[in-house]
Ligand binder design. Structure first.
Ligand code: SF4
Length: 319
């Protein structure tokens, strides 16, 4: 499968069947914490990156090959900014015509300033946009957006979307130590959240390999501070544990590459996912994945992560 992956475990969305409508790192932001490498070049162009009919054909196939209870949500998420696909509204409507499962859209929220985008996302059951900064300077530092994707447009879009949207609006705040986990930074985010009025605020931490080597997750104190300042609707979302579904393709290597392209995995997590194979087979498979140029190992925080090979991560400087 080229566009559909998983289900993968998600703390908020249970076992989530992913739909990835754009090529790797097609994005109008270049977040310092992005787990998928750098966005080179940035793009703000909405177009049909992959044929919509081909994407839906895969969704239909994936839904047919799973039993009831194996998938909790169908989620548009992936290796770039989902809403850059010009057919996102059509895709949501088609998925909803195929299944009664709820549909979520994970987006950076930068295009919600467009009235047509707000309309396209309206049939989704949950939309999860980002708000990592409460001022334009920190937004540029953390999210490094395309020049057309200004902070004002982001905030105006979120406020307008909330007014029109009847589904669940869960705003994500990715906490980066020393940048947006300080009291002043959190107070500024809280002030904007008051205008947006989301249903929930999800506090996340970079737990997969951040593209920039200097990015660190917040500490326990920072999480407590965020929880206290962002209010009762805020909750800390810890990384999910659960099983990664490797079915749906003839090749195990392709199934693994399909997941790590959207969802880089810690090496121990990957080995656990492959536990039904002998340690010798797993080791041979990891070697093959790296050698055939489909995957790479990225080291962050002293942990080895597996990611897709075209993703660009600066390497750690030797101490
Ligand atoms: S985290 Fe999301 S919005 Fe940020 S650069 Fe990566 S894909 Fe784009």
């Amino acid at each position: 499968m080229k566009y559909v992956f998983g289900p993968v475990p998600s703390r908020r969305l249970g076992q989530s069947l992913g739909i990835d409508p754009v090529p790797l790192k097609t994005c109008n932001w270049n977040c310092v914490y992005c787990q998928l490498g750098r966005s080179i070049p940035l793009t703000n162009e909405r177009r049909e990156y992959f044929p919509r009919e081909d994407i839906i054909a895969e969704v239909e196939q994936a839904l047919a090959s799973h039993q009831p209870g194996q998938i909790d949500w169908v989620t548009l998420v992936g290796s770039g900014e989902t809403t850059l696909h010009a057919g996102i509204g059509w895709l949501i409507r088609q998925v909803k015509s195929l299944t009664r499962l709820p549909v979520a859209v994970i987006t950076n929220g930068s295009l919600l300033c467009l009235p047509e985008m707000r309309l396209e996302l309206s049939p989704a059951d949950a939309v999860l946009p980002s708000l990592d900064a409460g001022n334009a300077r920190l937004y540029r530092k953390l999210n490094r957006p395309h020049p057309e994707a200004s902070f004002k447009r982001l905030v105006d879009g979120l406020v307008a979307f909330r007014k029109e949207y009847r589904g669940k609006l869960w705003v994500e705040v990715m906490l980066v130590r020393g940048l947006n986990d300080t009291e002043p930074a959190l107070n500024e985010i809280a002030a904007i959240l008051k205008y947006i009025k989301p249903d929930e605020v999800h506090i996340l931490q970079p737990d997969r390999p951040p593209v920039e080597t200097w990015v660190q997750p917040s500490d326990e104190e920072g999480l407590l501070r965020a929880r206290a300042i962002l209010g009762d609707i805020a909750k800390v979302v810890h990384p999910a544990s659960g099983s990664f579904d490797l079915s749906g393709t003839d090749s195990l290597v392709d199934a693994v590459v399909g997941i790590i392209t959207r969802h880089p995995m810690r090496e121990d997590e990957l080995i656990e996912t492959l536990k039904r194979f002998s340690p010798g087979d797993v080791s041979a498979m990891l070697t093959e994945m790296e050698k055939c140029g489909k995957a790479q190992v990225v080291e962050r925080y002293g942990v080895r992560f597996w990611s897709a090979s075209p993703a660009y991560y600066p390497i750690l400087k030797p101490q």
